[in-house]
Design a protein around this ligand. Structure first.
Ligand SMILES: [Mn+2]
Length: 305
């Protein structure tokens, strides 16, 4: 009987949505929404992140309404819902980048909500940042990753999952950039001087593990609109095996969740978790973690309102 009642309601959730939330309806006042961007044609190694959004939804089905560590009901406070996925074009990076920018801009400009986005590979962050810049002007970026992602090109191509940050800096989209968790071997020693030249505050995994308070202080000092981009490979492959370019020696799932819980800053305008690649996942470890990271992000947003 309950099922029949549910089918009569416009808010029924027979489809798999993030956190079993309702799908977003046009007339609703929502403050935050989940959005999937299932694009993975810009990866340089393992594919599969195109299946990320649905896996993160599946991995979110055990999330419950109350966050006891932050004393908040994020879904209720934000009137959160699921916007579905962006209609990307597999195989066509530059066309897809335009579609993502348009869709994200339409969402943030008309609905004034904060999108919580599941990728997709990391190339999706560039068009999101373009949309954010169009709406808010220069924005701060908190970037968690095991890789710098500021390389100029791969195989001579400008749009890849390892060059989005360089493009965003060149295009003048960003104000203060805090990067943390870096540990991958790099192409040359010049990468280290590049980060200084590019003017970003970059912290290695060693700094993040040993002195997280220094990074938290930087995060607290951010003023104005701030966007968060989290590559799941900042977490150790023992805790997040389902990803495209895994790097050993990373954070545990407890460490990443606990780190995010301590963030307090001015104005969160968007949050992505990228590079979840379900074909390489085991027992939904990675997709459940990604879902919980988004839950913590929603929770800190709910505290700031
Ligand atoms: Mn990465």
């Amino acid at each position: 009987m309950r099922q029949i009642d549910a089918l009569k309601s416009p808010r029924f959730t027979q489809v798999s949505t993030f956190g079993r939330l309702p799908m977003c309806l046009p007339q609703e006042e929502v403050k935050a929404a989940f959005l999937g961007i299932p694009f993975d044609d810009a990866v340089t190694y393992r594919t599969g992140a195109r299946f990320g959004p649905m896996a993160v939804r599946q991995g979110s089905r055990l999330l419950r309404p109350y966050n006891q560590f932050l004393d908040t009901y994020p879904f209720d406070k934000l009137n959160a819902c699921d916007l579905g996925d962006v209609n990307i074009i597999p195989g066509y990076i530059e066309d897809t980048i335009k579609i993502i920018e348009k869709d994200v801009y339409d969402i943030i400009s008309s609905k004034k909500l904060v999108p919580f986005i599941a990728g997709g590979d990391h190339s999706i962050t560039l068009p999101i940042l373009r949309a954010m810049h169009k709406q808010y002007g220069k924005i701060n970026l908190i970037h968690l990753d095991s890789h710098y992602d500021f390389w100029d090109t791969y195989w001579g191509k400008k749009y890849t999952h390892g060059s989005w940050l360089r493009r965003a800096l060149e295009e003048g989209l960003l104000k203060d950039v805090i990067q943390a968790g870096i540990r991958a071997s790099t192409f040359s020693k010049e990468d280290l001087s590049d980060k200084v030249k590019l003017g970003i505050k970059s912290f290695t995994i060693r700094e993040l593990k040993l002195n997280p308070k220094d990074i938290l202080k930087e995060i607290e000092s951010l003023k104005g609109p701030t966007y968060v981009s989290l590559d799941i490979d900042v977490v150790d492959p023992a805790f997040a095996p389902g990803t495209g370019t895994p790097e050993v020696g990373g954070l545990s799932s407890f460490e990443i969740i606990e780190f995010i819980r301590q963030w307090r800053f001015d104005k969160l305008v968007g949050f992505d978790v990228v590079e979840v690649s379900p074909p390489y996942d085991v027992s939904e470890i990675t997709s459940m973690l990604a879902a919980n990271i988004i839950y913590e992000g929603l929770s800190i947003l709910s505290l700031s309102l």
